[in-house]
Structure formats: C-alpha cells, structure tokens
Ligand binder design. Structure first.
Ligand SMILES: O=P(O)(O)OC[C@H]1O[C@H](OP(=O)(O)OP(=O)(O)O)[C@H](O)[C@@H]1O
Ligand SMILES: NC(=O)CC[C@H](N)C(=O)O
Ligand SMILES: [Mg+2]
Length: 505
C-alpha cells in the first residue's frame, strides 16, 4: 500500500506535506517523495527510505512553493529502485507530476499501447508511470493551452476507460491546478479537506486517510467518491465531477483489518470502531463454538491487533494483558520487501513479558495471518516464556488468495492458509487451537448502518476480484514475477541510474 497527499495552499507546503507523510508512513516504508511547484517549476526530492531519512533540512529548503504532492511507497509493481519512487514526472503536456496508490491490473498491456499508439516512452516498470502517461495522453488529446475543469475531468474519464485495477492518484498540472481521482469501485481510500485561513482564503488537501488531514489542521469535506475527480484550479476554486458512473462502492476490507490507522475514517466507517467490532464478533464465535474454553488471558500482538483484542477480551470476560512489548523503532514487518527481513524483524520487534505467560493458557490475538511469519514465531516465544497452552485467534478469516489491488501478497504459495484447512494451519503454526473470524462476521463488523458501503473488496478471503478482469493467467504472471524467491534470486539489476527525476543529492 502507499500513501498519497496533495496540498493546494497559500503558504509554503513543504512542512505540511512532510508532516502528513509521517502520519501516512504506516502505508509505505520503502521510499518517499515530495514535489512542489512554484512559478511553473517543479522541485523534487525522492529516494528510498522512511520520510524522516529521505528529507534533510537541505532538501526541505529546496522544496519551495505553495502547492505540492507527496508519496510514501510500498511497491506492488516494478522494482524497489529509487527511480521508481514517486511522485513521477512527465514534461508534456504542461508538465505533470503524479502520486499513486493502488495497482493497475492491465499495466502490462497499457505500457506497449502507450508507446505504439501514443508515442509515449515509459522508462521504468512501475504501473504508476503508466497511469501518469495515460493521464498525460488524455490531456494532450484535448490540445488546450488553457484547459478548463471540464477538460481535466474529460481527461480523467479517458483514464478510467483505459486503466483497470485499483487506483487513487493525485496529480499537479504545472500552471493549472491539482487533480485527484479514485477508481470506479473505490477500492483504495482517498479523502479531501479544507482549511480556512484568517483572511478567509481556503486551502485544499487530498490524502489517503483522514488522519493526515487531522494532523495538519484540515477539516474533512468528504471521501472522493468512486469514479469521481476533484480539481483545485489555479484560482484556488474546488470543482467536483463524477467522471464515470460509480460502480458499487467496494472499499478494500483489508484497510479496516490492517492497513489503515485506527484513527482514520474511510468511507464513513471509523477504522477503530470496525476493529472493536471485529473483536466483539470474534469473541462471540469463541463463545458459540468453544463455550467451555479455558483461556486465562488475552494477549494482543502489537500493534494493529490491540484494538480488536481488547474488545474480544471484554466480551469474553477474560483478562487483557500486554504480553509483548514492541520495539517502537522497528516498522511494520508485513510490508517489508523480503521474507528474510520479515522473519528477522519479528524477533527484533516483539519481546515477551514472561510473567504474563508462565503457567497460563494464553489466547494470542492478531488482526490477520498472511504468510504466518508473525504467528509462528510468536507462538514459539509464548511457549519459551512458559505458557501452558497457546491458542491463537485471527480477527480476519483465512487469507487464501493473492491481492492485485495494491497490497503486496502476489503469491498463493506464500500464503500459509492457501491450500490448507483451518486445522492444517493450526498445526503449521504450532497453536494448541486456532480460531479464525468468519467472513460474514468480518463484513458485518466493518459495515455500519450509517455508512453507504454495501460491499467490500474481499478478494484475499474469497477470490472474487471486483474489477472482473483478473483471470488465472494474470494471477500466474503476477506470482511468477513477484514471489519472494524470484525477487531474491533476480540478478541484482542496478536500475538506480535510470533516467528519471530521482535526485540523490
Ligand atoms: O502472517 P504475517 O505474514 O506475519 O502477516 C500478518 C502480520 O503482519 C502485520 O503486522 P506488522 O508487523 O506488519 O504491523 P503492525 O505492527 O501494525 O501489527 C499484521 O498485523 C500481522 O501481525
Ligand atoms: N502499494 C501501492 O499503492 C503501490 C503503488 C504502485 N503500484 C507502486 O508499486 O509503486
Ligand atoms: Mg501485526
């Protein structure tokens, strides 16, 4: 997953973009980038690393201007090279920069067609560069020196007709304005907000999650609707337009399970409340299926599962204890690029407090089990710490299908529950008992009667891909290209010298 942010303001935006990106850091830890604009010129800094490492004072000082966009990256396509970090730039028409969250499912076909029919050169293997060029081509087609909001929206309509998959993007068009759009199914989240200055002028901001708006003092206006675009023109006026008819809104349910911060609200649903309810319904499943359980204590696996574990314990009427302490200087392990690094990080990240385990039957709760890296090691650590019996509960159902919409789970063979029954997973992870959430319960927990969401994108659990274009061939190609072994054994291609606007100064 990645995080995107865009600000159209009346004062320097570099610090606000930086602050927003630190708040979105949980969405991508591999690379970060900011592009600002002043008087028709773009200023860029992007590189591999966390926000705090990529931007030093000297970079911040050069990021001048009152408008800008930023990105934190977790790659799902192409390579992890800094040349594929975002935002991307294309010089014609106008000069456009773009930051993208999601994954295009037809990038392989689009890249050659952009070359052959539109004479556009794509220099990297990133689908985001494809998305940017698709937008640039649509704008070019209109051939206007002074594009109107209608021209911008017509171009976005063209992008929707050509691009498939999941995408939210924010782009700045030099000398014109900032446009943001969301795919017709609304798979990835995007919100926009405003801040009114003392003199009455209004600044606008777009971000992946509402928490980024909160952090820098913007007030949420709305989610960008599926198929909708918003455009802030050069006079600072906001325009909204439904570029293509919205398909049924289908936000990715995994945002609520794991990705998003709990203090965000996505499509009207509080992530925190959804996680509380996930714990509640999971506790009810335990009461239903294991009425005579002998759990002494519920222990969360920090960080993400804490909210659901707390409510699970409350509902069960069992003690809740912090049995693992998290090293706050280690990032999220799941979004690390290689299995070796992920395995190492679990032990560095979590350490047990033995007295919470000694002689007890513990129920460890995690938000999800993906590759099984975390739970295998954690169960072993709980036993080493003296636990009597170690039970495990997952607030999400078994993950048996790859993700093609912006989460890096490309290979079925790497998913511990793929091709295994729940009992087989229980054995594989070494738990005395394993309880998975049911999908209907997860959906019910995430949905609220107040929000407009009637359907979620649940493909990792049920294999139904809402965009309808994902077939076994595509899945096979994705697995071959992006499984851990291929990536590990691939000749280290040094593409850091690729022509692009990455600037490692
Ligand atoms: O089965 P796995 O492949 O190990 O993946 C699942 C685990 O990865 C995530 O944690 P992560 O450490 O990324 O982040 P967190 O601190 O937000 O929980 C998630 O919360 C699970 O704990
Ligand atoms: N996780 C994401 O949203 C990734 C965006 C884009 N596909 C990339 O790999 O850079
Ligand atoms: Mg975790």
């Amino acid at each position: 997953m990645c995080g995107i942010v865009g600000i159209y303001g009346y004062g320097p935006v570099n610090q606000s973009l930086y602050d927003a990106m630190t708040v979105l850091q949980h969405r991508g830890q591999d690379a970060a980038g900011i592009i600002t604009e002043q008087q028709g010129k773009f200023y860029l800094r992007k590189s591999n690393g966390l926000v705090r490492d990529v931007f030093r004072t000297r970079h911040m000082q050069r990021l001048i201007g009152h408008k800008g966009i930023g990105h934190v990256r977790y790659p799902t396509a192409g390579t992890s090279s800094s040349s594929e970090s975002q935002p991307f730039y294309v010089n014609s028409p106008y000069g456009i920069v773009l930051a993208h969250n999601g994954n295009l499912t037809n990038a392989d076909a689009l890249a050659p067609s952009l070359f052959k029919s539109d004479l556009r050169h794509i220099n990297t293997t990133s689908d985001s560069e494809v998305l940017l060029n698709a937008l640039a081509h649509e704008l070019q087609k209109r051939g206007k020196l002074e594009p109107t909001p209608d021209d911008i929206f017509a171009a976005v309509t063209g992008v929707h007709e050509r691009c498939k998959g999941a995408y939210v993007a924010v782009a700045m068009i030099s000398g014109h304005g900032m446009v943001a759009f969301r795919d017709p199914h609304g798979i990835r989240p995007a919100v926009f907000g405003q801040r009114t200055l003392a003199d009455g002028r209004v600044e606008y901001m777009v971000a992946s999650e509402s928490v980024a708006l909160d952090a820098i003092g913007f007030e949420l206006i709305d989610d960008i609707q599926p198929g909708e675009a918003i455009y802030v023109d050069n006079e600072g006026s906001l325009h909204r337009y439904q570029c293509v008819p919205a398909r049924e809104l289908s936000p990715c349910i995994f945002e609520y399970v794991y990705f998003a911060r709990p203090d965000s609200i996505i499509d009207g649903i509080s992530v925190y409340k959804a996680r509380l309810r996930m714990g509640e319904v999971l506790a009810r499943k335990i009461q239903r299926t294991w009425a005579d359980h002998d759990i002494d204590v519920v222990i969360p696996i920090p960080d993400t599962s804490r909210t659901s574990a707390l409510e699970l314990a409350n509902e069960l009427g069992v003690k809740f204890r912090e049995g693992f302490i998290k090293n706050r200087y280690i990032g999220r392990t799941f979004i690390m690029p290689g299995q070796q690094q992920r395995r190492k990080s679990v032990k560095q990240k979590l350490n047990p407090i033995s007295l919470e385990f000694k002689g007890k039957n513990v129920l460890l709760v995690d938000d999800s089990i993906v590759r099984g890296t975390t739970c295998e090691q954690i169960i072993e650590m709980a036993r080493d710490a003296g636990a009597n019996r170690v039970y495990f509960a997952s607030a999400a159902p078994p993950i048996r299908h790859p993700n093609v919409y912006g989460i890096d789970m490309p290979a079925v063979s790497e998913l511990i529950a793929a091709g295994r029954t729940e009992t087989e997973v229980e054995t594989a992870i070494g738990a005395d008992r394993l309880i998975y959430q049911d999908l209907e319960d997860l959906i019910q927990a995430t949905q609220t009667s107040k929000a407009d969401v009637r359907r979620f994108e649940c493909s990792v659990f049920n294999g139904n891909y809402v965009t309808g274009d994902v077939d076994t061939d595509y899945l096979q190609r994705l697995e071959n290209r992006r499984n851990d072994k291929t990536r590990q054994n691939k000749d280290p291609v040094d593409d850091s010298g690729l022509i692009d606007l990455h600037n490692d100064y």
